[in-house]
Ligand binder design. Structure first.
Ligand SMILES: C[S@@+](CC[C@H](N)C(=O)[O-])C[C@H]1O[C@@H](n2cnc3c(N)ncnc32)[C@H](O)[C@@H]1O
Length: 196
């Protein structure tokens, strides 16, 4: 029997939402918005897709900057919850984005792509490349390092500059990258990428 995906279990979703109480990725959105200014992307006239929106905290904040904000998640439970909160949300697998090509200016995620194995991680950037308009930006936060672990069926794959460079090769260039603290100093990194 195929095991239930981690975030298709209501108990795991409820526990995750409870653990996020008082947390947000607003500083990541601020980084993205600052880079948009530098890169000449007018957020007030632009569209953004968030991958793996989960509870939707960052997505709501994104919508205060962008003209058109679409939230998404692979988990039907999160998507239903986002929609019940009145947010615009659709089901999207980050490794195979089922939205029209060249239909978004920006893509954002906060601690989502660590759930993909390396082939799917690379496939996600190929899919983001298809989704974005020319010159579009992608901003992602990732756990930093070389660790890899499982929580039940859920993979947590950390990344470094090297693994990221391999995954984005020929698709994106790095606009900015810095380490930050989620729980411990420099345990995370945020990258802003420009579509080639
Ligand atoms: C650690 S949570 C982060 C949620 C949210 N971004 C936040 O900062 O609280 C990971 C999220 O990624 C979603 N996710 C996992 N695998 C995914 C995939 N392949 N495509 C899209 N979302 C995925 C999960 O359902 C969950 O909402």
């Amino acid at each position: 029997m195929t095991p239930t995906p981690f975030f298709e279990d209501q108990t795991n979703v409820d526990k995750y939402i409870a653990s996020c109480e008082g947390c947000d990725g607003y500083h990541l959105v601020d980084t993205l918005v600052s880079e948009c200014k530098v890169q000449g992307v007018d957020t007030a006239a632009s569209s953004v897709l968030e991958l793996g929106s989960g509870p939707g905290t960052d997505g709501k904040y994104l919508s205060s900057f962008f003209k058109d904000t679409l939230l998404s998640d692979h988990s039907s439970l999160f998507v239903k919850r986002l929609q019940s909160l009145g947010l615009s949300a659709v089901t999207v697998d980050a490794s195979d984005i089922n939205l029209p090509p060249a239909s978004r200016d920006v893509v954002f995620s906060n601690k989502v792509l660590q759930h993909l194995d390396f082939p799917s991680f690379r496939a996600s950037f190929q899919s983001q490349h298809r989704l974005l308009k020319e010159g579009g930006l992608a901003c992602h936060s990732l756990w930093y390092g070389t660790d890899s672990m499982m929580t039940g069926t859920l993979l947590h794959q950390y990344h470094t500059e090297e693994t990221l460079a391999t995954a984005i090769k020929g698709l994106f260039t790095v606009v900015s990258m810095h380490r930050y603290e989620e729980f411990e100093p420099e345990d995370s990194m945020v990258v802003v990428l420009k579509r080639v």
